[in-house]
Ligand binder design. Structure first.
Ligand SMILES: [Cu+2]
Length: 185
């Protein structure tokens, strides 16, 4: 049993290094009885190949942000740091399965004048406008539309002036978990 676990670990290291090649020459790793380890190889390789959630272009001018929200009411990021003058390309993907009406997610970047809690209280009353309160337009720097499970939406905007901002999901009560710092250096 212990030997099997060691073989699995050896196979995993091998797989992380060489990806799918491992499936065609599994015997080449630490153990000779590692066939059960190879069966788990493809998912691990796919995780290793996922792009970084925040990626800066080679010339530094553009930042690609890959934000996700799930059925557990969580973003993958609670801190986003960019530089003044950068162009931001933000994609929000709902990686869950639940409908927009039950577990909708968006990304709202707030001006410093308003708190997450104050905005959330107003937003909860704005169901007819996808929880974007029209009376708060002046307090929003930018926002995406609301998405449900499996959906994705993108926005582009210029980084605001240097400072510390808050971002949040404005679906009712989601801000408790779904909020973070958006810092412009
Ligand atoms: Cu949400």
């Amino acid at each position: 049993m212990k030997k099997n676990i060691i073989s699995l670990l050896g196979a995993s290291v091998f797989i992380l290094s060489f990806g799918f090649l491992a499936t065609s020459c599994g015997g080449g790793s630490a153990g000779s009885d590692s066939s059960s380890g190879d069966a788990k190889a493809p998912p691990k390789s796919m995780i290793a190949e996922e792009p970084e959630p925040i990626e800066v272009s080679a010339d530094g001018s553009t930042v690609t942000i890959r934000l996700t929200g799930d059925d557990l009411m969580k973003y993958n990021l609670n801190k986003i740091e960019v530089k003044e003058g950068q162009k931001i390309k933000l994609t929000l993907t709902h990686i869950g399965k639940m409908a927009k009406e039950a577990m909708g997610h968006n990304f709202v970047l707030l001006k410093p004048e308003i708190t997450v809690e104050a905005f959330a209280n107003e937003a909860a009353l704005a169901k007819d406008n996808d929880y974007i309160p029209e009376g708060q337009a002046d307090n929003i720097i930018v926002h995406t539309k609301m998405v449900g499970g499996g959906e994705s939406t993108s926005i582009e905007f210029d980084a605001p002036a240097k400072g510390s901002y808050k971002f949040m999901c404005s679906f009712p009560a989601h801000y408790v978990n779904m909020k973070g710092d958006f810092i412009v250096n």
